[in-house]
Design a binder for this molecule. Structure first.
Ligand SMILES: CC(C)(COP(=O)(O)OP(=O)(O)OC[C@H]1O[C@@H](n2cnc3c(N)ncnc32)[C@H](O)[C@@H]1OP(=O)(O)O)[C@@H](O)C(=O)NCCC(=O)NCCS
Length: 202
């Protein structure tokens, strides 16, 4: 399955393109992981080309097995038609016929604070319920350590309500928040509506 998702552009905000990770993304992936904030809040780290290939293989295996569907997130560079990597959003722990899965995301340091994570997460969430709701998917969970306030805010903006607190779990030393969104929830107002899945991009 190769899925490309897009968010529509709105005034002053470029549309995002979400597509499965590709080998040509390696340099931008390595660059994104140079940021210490990324390394603090994510489990799998990328410090060079070998790590990047391993990281990509995890993503490709996920698509192949259907249990981890991750998207590289891009935005256009000016009017050049070129795309720049701005983030990652992933659907994790998907099981055939399963009612629950988990979401994860990061935004490259230079693109934070512009709603990239929220818009990409909203788009993937809508798609996930459309694509897998018929197969039983009812609930998406979002976990973050309690002091990851930016992530907590993204959850809130995308209609993932706080449902509980989890005990600390390595590699994260503090308790975690569990947020959830249900297939039947009212759509959120994050960003413009998505546009239908399309062909290859990036
Ligand atoms: C969490 C993360 C993905 C957010 O990405 P982003 O594209 O900047 O997210 P958005 O712009 O959609 O929203 C971020 C929100 O958090 C807010 N925020 C940012 N830092 C904050 C802080 N220290 N305290 C409180 N709120 C904060 C922003 O103001 C914004 O809210 P607003 O839209 O109401 O102004 C990004 O910070 C990141 O990649 N962090 C490292 C990896 C990570 O933590 N991933 C999630 C693991 S659970």
């Amino acid at each position: 399955m190769s899925v490309v998702l897009r968010t529509a552009a709105s005034e002053g905000v470029a549309g995002l393109v979400l597509r499965p990770w590709a080998e040509r993304d390696i340099p931008e992936l390595i660059e994104a992981y140079r940021d210490p904030v990324m390394r603090r809040w994510t489990r799998l780290h990328v410090t060079g080309e070998q790590d990047a290939r391993r990281w990509l293989e995890v993503q490709w295996a996920g698509w192949e097995g259907g249990e981890r569907l991750s998207f590289a997130v891009f935005e256009p560079v000016g009017g050049s038609g070129e795309l720049r990597l701005v983030g990652n959003v992933a659907l994790k722990g998907l099981a055939s016929g399963g009612s629950r899965a988990e979401v994860g995301y990061w935004t490259a340091a230079g693109a934070r604070g512009r709603g990239v994570a929220a818009r990409a997460l909203e788009r993937m969430t809508t798609w996930a319920f459309e694509a897998f709701g018929g197969d039983g998917l009812e609930c998406l969970r979002l976990l973050h350590q309690v002091d990851n306030l930016a992530s907590c805010r993204v959850a809130g903006k995308c209609g993932y309500a706080l449902e509980g607190v989890l005990p600390a779990h390595p590699p994260f030393p503090l308790e975690g928040h569990v947020h959830a969104r249900y297939a039947a929830s009212v759509p959120t107002s994050v960003g413009p509506a998505g546009v239908p899945p399309g062909g290859e991009a990036g």
